[in-house]
Design a binder for this molecule. Sequence first.
Ligand code: ZN
Ligand code: ZN
Length: 158
Amino acid sequence: MAAKKLKEYLHMRRVRHKAKDWIDIDWEGAVIKHPLQKDGSSCGVIVAKMAKEIIQSFPRIPNITFSTTTDSMRAERKTMALELLQGSVFQMDYWCGICASKDPPTSTAATATSARKSDTGWIQCDICDRWFHGECVGMKIDDLKKAEDHDWLCPLCQ
Ligand SMILES: [Zn+2]
Ligand SMILES: [Zn+2]
C-alpha cells in the first residue's frame, strides 16, 4: 500500500513539477530494524529520524540504531529544529519579517510578481536588518516616509 501511494505521489510530481528523479525505481516492502519508543510523546521525532536514515542510505535498507532515552530525544528535537531552521527557505533579505512573503500583502497575483521593495512600502529595521511590509507593522506610506529620517526598530527588536 505504501509503495503504491509513493508511486502515485512520484507520478503526480512528474506531471505537475516535471521532476524526473526517483521515478524509475521498483519499490518494494522491507522490514527495518529500529529502536523502540520509550515515552508517550517522541513518535514524531523517531519517525522523522527513521525517514532521514532511510533516505540517506537509499537504496540500501538501513539498520537504524539510535538512543531513545528522554535526554536523547530532547537533544534530537533541538538538533532537528536547528537543521530545519538552517535549511529554511526564509530569505531575510527579501521577505517580510512578519508575514514571510516577498509580495505586497494586498496585491493581486498580477502585480505581485513585478512588485519591488521600492514601490510597495517596505521598511528595514535598523537593528536586525529585517525588512517589513509597512502594512504588516501598521504603518502607512506617510509613516514610512517620516521613519526614513531616523532609526526605526521593528516589533521584534522593540
Ligand atoms: Zn508582510
Ligand atoms: Zn528588528
